[in-house]
Design a protein around this ligand. Structure first.
Ligand code: HEC
Ligand code: HEC
Ligand code: HEC
Ligand code: HEC
Ligand code: HEC
Length: 448
């Protein structure tokens, strides 16, 4: 048994280190140096210096392989149940992100360290990179006056979000190297202090392309800062600066129009949607939760040395620390998700009636079928190119394009309003009113 778990260690450790430093998976062979260490376990009888190896191979104790990482259901298993791991298994089917485009900044194993170090690609057309790249900002004005995203300049060709993407494991703290896990030895790369902040793309005014702090305070220094949640904001955002993205005439000519998958930070921050003129937008108490995303999605697991849950699945046990009277077994607290589902459905039907939605992946893109309208998989909806009766693309004014944008960010956040119930409902309410001229049936009054 010991031999087996030790082998697993070497392979995993090798993957992490090789992909981080060399980028090429083949460098993993260097990890075979591990077996050279095998004499370690034989030595302890007479050699005190071998003690760390004994610790590493002692599968039973808290300083062994199993806790908190390699035991059944512990961190490595949790991570394997998360889509951060699944990302790597589907990578072969999703090669489209590779190269110098923006994609590797979030999909490559070393995307985060590179962005933090500022080693990113800036377009050859002499654009000026944004100043807040280490805080996650992506967009900048290129030489022709358009908006461009910073590019990925690393060697990665496999999409994977690994331990070393988020954590600064190095020879000094890597348990495969030190021989044991010491609590706190997995520091995050993205700063998580009370004064640290992360950014979404939306610029508050059109005076410059400088994005917004994801936290409540415009300067980023605020009791509402996201702390460990800053890590998540680096990737889980729309990638679009909606202040500039939506113009007076928006051509619906691409199924990729709109926010990228996973615009959770745009919704959670209460800032990233299209704001209709004359409307005020508010926030839920949820935006003040201590470590933001991490508090809900990564609760400490008491049976695993208190290390946070890396499955990234929100913990209902945490919700009920505030929602003390809630006895349900899902996240539909106070029926809030049901309301948002119903409102999304109403908006989806209204947009589809105008020919604007599809799930097709090639022309001619069909409008949503009755079955698709009924299935509630809102996050699968895309903008429908060629949706005029004569097959040309619709050109939408800013208000109507704003409706489409808001639908997509709420649908693609996949939380049915939980992240920021107040803001999500306000965006949906305004969008239905804008598109249909009538108050939503599913949400008679605009939440304040
Ligand atoms: C998507 C980002 C992300 C990935 C991927 C990730 N972690 Fe974490 N991890 C976190 C966050 C956030 C915390 C909470 C940090 C805190 O509380 O300071 C954490 C906490 C930890 C801790 C406890 C804190 C400490 O310093 O001891 C350990 C151990 C840990 N992670 C190990 C791993 C291992 C092993 C992997 C790969 C199997 C992994 N993590 C993958 C984000 C990540
Ligand atoms: C390096 C970029 C990156 C970071 C940092 C990151 N994520 Fe992710 N996350 C992704 C990607 C990409 C996916 C989708 C993978 C897929 O679908 O193949 C994902 C998937 C997820 C999912 C599952 C979504 C689903 O569709 O089931 C959750 C939940 C999640 N992340 C939460 C978090 C949290 C919480 C943090 C912060 C601790 C975080 N992520 C940090 C990139 C990132
Ligand atoms: C700002 C970070 C970021 C950038 C840049 C980025 N993505 Fe993503 N991408 C994400 C996140 C986060 C998710 C998953 C969110 C979720 O599931 O909620 C995702 C999901 C996806 C998915 C669907 C899930 C999957 O893995 O099959 C595809 C496909 C994808 N991205 C492709 C791309 C391509 C192609 C590019 C470059 C043109 C790109 N992404 C750039 C963050 C990013
Ligand atoms: C810090 C305390 C706190 C935590 C933790 C918390 N909530 Fe809430 N939640 C609130 C408060 C207060 C409200 C009502 C006012 C508001 O939204 O600001 C609310 C509102 C909601 C709503 C909207 C209800 C409606 O009437 O539409 C939903 C849904 C919800 N919470 C779900 C959750 C879920 C799911 C979790 C855990 C993943 C959670 N909450 C964790 C305090 C909390
Ligand atoms: C109030 C607690 C709470 C906070 C704070 C929170 N989330 Fe969530 N999140 C949830 C809940 C609950 C869901 C819905 C899960 C479900 O229905 O299965 C969800 C859904 C998601 C999903 C889609 C998961 C899936 O399986 O489809 C992603 C990705 C995600 N959140 C990322 C984030 C990020 C990134 C942040 C911070 C910017 C964040 N969350 C903040 C509670 C929270």
């Amino acid at each position: 048994m010991r031999g087996i778990s030790w082998c697993v260690f070497v392979i995993l450790g090798t993957l992490g280190v090789s992909a981080c430093t060399g980028g090429k998976g083949d460098a993993g062979d260097k990890g075979e140096q591990g077996p050279v260490g095998t004499p370690g376990p034989q030595g302890p009888q007479g050699d005190a210096g071998a003690t760390p190896d004994v610790g590493l191979l002692d599968a039973a104790g808290p300083t062994g392989c199993t806790a908190p990482c390699h035991g059944f259901g512990n961190v490595v298993d949790q991570w394997k149940f998360s889509k951060h791991y699944i990302e790597s298994t589907i990578a072969a089917d999703e090669p489209g992100w590779t190269g110098s485009g923006a994609c590797g900044g979030c999909h490559a194993i070393d995307g985060i360290p590179r962005r933090l170090a500022g080693t990113v690609g800036v377009a050859a057309d002499a654009g000026v990179a944004p100043v807040d790249v280490p805080k996650g900002h992506l967009n900048y004005v290129n030489a022709t006056g358009g908006l461009t995203e910073i590019g990925y300049s690393g060697p990665g060709t496999v999409a994977v979000i690994h331990c070393t993407t988020c954590h600064d494991f190095n020879p000094g703290n890597d348990p495969h190297n030190t021989g044991k896990y010491i609590p706190g030895s997995a520091p995050l790369r993205v700063p998580a202090g009370a004064a640290d902040f992360s950014m979404i793309e939306k610029t508050p005014s059109d005076a410059g392309v400088d994005g917004s702090t994801a936290t409540l305070s415009p300067t980023g220094v605020s009791a509402g800062n996201f702390k460990q949640g800053n890590t998540c904001v680096m990737c889980h955002k729309s990638r679009k600066d909606v202040t500039f993205y939506i113009t007076g005439a928006n051509k619906m000519n691409s199924a990729y129009w709109g926010p990228h998958e996973g615009p959770q930070a745009d919704v959670y921050s209460g800032k990233g949607g299209y704001h209709f003129p004359g409307q005020a937008y508010g926030n839920s108490v949820h935006t003040t939760i201590a470590s933001a995303c991490v508090s809900c999605h990564m609760q400490p697991v008491a049976s695993n040395m208190g290390v946070p849950d890396h499955s990234m699945h929100p913990a209902l046990a945490y919700c009920v620390t505030c929602h003390t009277t809630y006895t349900g077994t899902n996240f539909d607290v106070q029926g809030g998700q049901s309301i948002v589902r119903a409102t999304l459905k109403e908006l989806e039907a209204a947009l589809n009636a105008k020919g604007l939605l599809t799930r097709g992946s090639a022309a001619p893109y069909p409008a949503l079928t009755a079955l698709q309208l009924a299935d509630g998989n809102f996050e699968q909806d895309k903008v429908r190119p060629g949706s005029n009766p004569d097959g040309t693309d619709q050109v939408l004014d800013s208000l109507t394009a704003g409706v489409v944008y808001n639908y997509l960010i709420i649908a693609r956040s996949k939380d049915f309003g939980v992240h920021n119930p107040t803001y999500a409902k306000q965006l949906l309410w305004d969008s239905i009113k804008q598109l249909t001229g009538a108050n939503p049936k599913s949400l008679p009054a605009r939440p304040s």
